[in-house]
Design a protein around this ligand. Structure first.
Ligand code: 8GT
Length: 133
């Protein structure tokens, strides 16, 4: 599994997450992921090679609720086993961004000991359970 460390200056700065990002208006989730992987890792991914795995939801975000403009956050995890190019951190390297390959068997320990945002921890644990159960 490839994890990336967020630049220090960003929300959740310095924490390790799955590469990806927000879906833009008019975009499908798979198209958004393929675009983000190009921008963040410099690789070319065919949407047909993105397989949906699981998701994690934060529906009680701090300060959220009706009238606050805060919406629920859903993180979708896709498996990608084929791409063109070699992943490198393309953005925010001067501010601490980095990449690390982690073995599936080590993901749970990584989620607990390394610093990850809450939904990425949930994705790690669920995904490892799905594949190793
Ligand atoms: N990966 C992750 N992101 C989370 C969690 N909770 C949460 O509020 N977020 C926020 O959700 C957003 C994820 O989108 P992103 O990766 O495209 O964010 P970004 O700051 O790089 O934005 P940008 O690429 O639009 O500049 C970030 O603002 C991030 O801080 C979480 O548990 N995991």
């Amino acid at each position: 599994m490839l994890l990336q460390r967020r630049p220090r200056a960003k929300h959740h700065g310095g924490l390790w997450e799955f590469p990806g990002g927000k879906v833009e208006d008019g975009e499908s989730p798979a198209a958004a992921l393929a675009r983000e992987l190009g921008e963040e890792l410099g690789i070319v991914v065919d949407q047909a090679d993105l397989v949906p795995m699981t998701f994690a939801v934060d529906d009680v975000r701090q300060g959220g609720g009706p009238g606050t403009g805060q919406r629920a956050l859903v993180l979708m995890l896709y498996l990608c086993r084929r791409w063109q190019g070699i992943p490198v951190a393309m953005e925010g390297v001067e501010d601490g961004a980095a990449l690390e390959w982690v073995a599936l068997a080590d993901m749970k320990e990584w989620a607990i000991s390394a610093k990850m945002p809450p939904l990425d921890i949930a994705l790690c644990i669920t995904f490892q359970k799905m594949l190793l159960a």
